[in-house]
Design a protein around this ligand. Structure first.
Ligand SMILES: [Zn+2]
Ligand SMILES: [Zn+2]
Length: 135
């Protein structure tokens, strides 16, 4: 019973810290990066606690999950509701969030041309980040 309580507490603390880490990040983070962030905050939990906390936060829609890099790896971000795009480094898989959308006018034009009612789009842009480019 006692250990259950303890893990419940740990879990809550981890959740609050995860939210804070994601809030302060301007890009989606992988579970590993979040785990490292927790360690830096002196919060020592095991990986499964981190995954459980991430799943719970996703279920509550407090954070969003995306897997933009094209492989199975998931990234998490705070308030993923807004429309955004991603710039992804093909080498180190770093992700930059782009809040500007260049496609609104294009959608309007397509609607006129095709008579579709367009409900949305996805766009990710790939390349080499400055660090990888210099290697
Ligand atoms: Zn890179
Ligand atoms: Zn867009």
């Amino acid at each position: 019973m006692n250990s259950l309580n303890r893990s419940g507490l740990k879990n809550t603390k981890a959740r609050a810290a995860i939210l804070k880490i994601l809030q302060q990040s301007n890009r989606p983070l992988s579970a590993e990066e979040i785990y490292d962030g927790l360690v830096k905050c002196n919060i020592h939990v095991n990986a499964s606690t981190v995954y459980r906390a991430l799943t719970a936060l996703c279920d509550k829609k407090l954070i969003g999950k995306t897997n933009v890099t094209g492989d199975k790896k998931s990234f998490f971000e705070y308030n993923a509701k807004g429309h955004r795009h991603y710039l992804i480094c093909s080498e180190c898989k770093k992700i930059i969030t782009i809040e500007r959308c260049p496609l609104r006018a294009y959608e309007k034009m397509l609607e006129l041309e095709t008579n579709f009612t367009i409900s949305g789009h996805k766009l990710s842009i790939y390349g080499s980040c400055p660090e990888c480019k210099d290697k």
